[in-house]
Design a binder for this molecule. Sequence first.
Ligand SMILES: Cc1cc2nc3c(=O)[nH]c(=O)nc-3n(C[C@H](O)[C@H](O)[C@H](O)COP(=O)(O)OP(=O)(O)OC[C@H]3O[C@@H](n4cnc5c(N)ncnc54)[C@H](O)[C@@H]3O)c2cc1C
Length: 335
Amino acid sequence: MPEQPGAVWIIVEQNGSMLAEVTLELLGKARELAALGGGSHVSAVLLGNNTGILAGELIVHGADKVIFIDDPRLELYQNDTYGLVLTELVKKHRPEIVLFSASYCGSELSATVAAKLETGLAAHCVDLNINDRGELVQVVPAFGGMVLGDIFCPIERPQMASVKPGMFSKPDRDTTRTGEVIKETASILDGYESPLKAVRVVQKQPAGLPLEKAATVVAGGWGVGQDTWPYLNQLAGALSGAVGCTRPALDEGWAEGEHAMIGTSGKTVRPQVYIGFGVSGSTHHIAGMKDSKVIININKDPEAPIFQVSDYGAVVDAKELLPLLLKKIGEHKEK
Ligand SMILES: Cc1cc2nc3c(=O)[nH]c(=O)nc-3n(C[C@H](O)[C@H](O)[C@H](O)COP(=O)(O)OP(=O)(O)OC[C@H]3O[C@@H](n4cnc5c(N)ncnc54)[C@H](O)[C@@H]3O)c2cc1C
């Protein structure tokens, strides 16, 4: 039996039967959206193999219902199989809103399902709300990150959005909550020969302190340049911190990897001290660091927008300052 149409859905991300934090964050937001009239109730959609144990956790974190498929063919995420199954579920249950994590898998899966359903998808939202017409307001950085834009999907249903991890708070566990588990099957996959075979998931462990746990974040932007980039690593080491970066520094291959990027499509950090070098201050980047306790920036352009969110700033060439700074720290440590 399909559930009552009009729910707010969240698509669960799990790995080895551990729920991703972002799934709980989405549940909290889904509850808010339903309370504002965006949907009749909150359902969590859980696809996997032997993951039923997670249904209870989803309910105590805010799901009214859990739509659950347990199938060996869904053991590991694959875009084609998950896309087919999820599209069928949406057609059957007709939710009003479907929320995904803007992780690698969530970004890919949400785009696939939206295309199959011929509905809209707002990717990498930084906030979600319900307007007075009961529509989902999907807030995304626009025009190179200079403004925040509201996206609507007024005609097609469901309204679909992906949200990056760390944007919303995790709801408290409420063990008095009860909910319904609706078991479904992946019969759409019967006879389907996938050209892909996911073999295993390998979690890449970044070297050093994780960015989101560091008390000091040293962030580098396009203004640092390839030759000066190693000084950032040294500075982070000297300050017992971690190195973060902007999108251009990642694209150039200066930064260690995607896990170092700060912003709407990267990580959200709230360190005691953020020190940015050669970062212009696009909304895309600021969204991921603005809640840092003390913000310091070094940029050679006095008009750089990053200074508007900085507690301290220096208008100076980062390529000259970085080696001098390291020398001074070295001298100080020797004393
Ligand atoms: C959908 C979407 C999502 C995005 N997500 C993200 C995201 O998550 N994170 C992110 O960072 N970006 C993201 N971006 C990109 C973002 O819009 C900006 O383009 C990017 O943040 C700019 O990076 P930057 O400040 O390093 O480079 P630029 O904007 O090119 O700025 C370089 C700065 O360095 C200064 N500079 C140059 N030389 C020196 C020097 N020698 N010394 C000191 N200062 C110097 C310049 O004055 C300038 O202010 C996204 C874009 C889109 C479209």
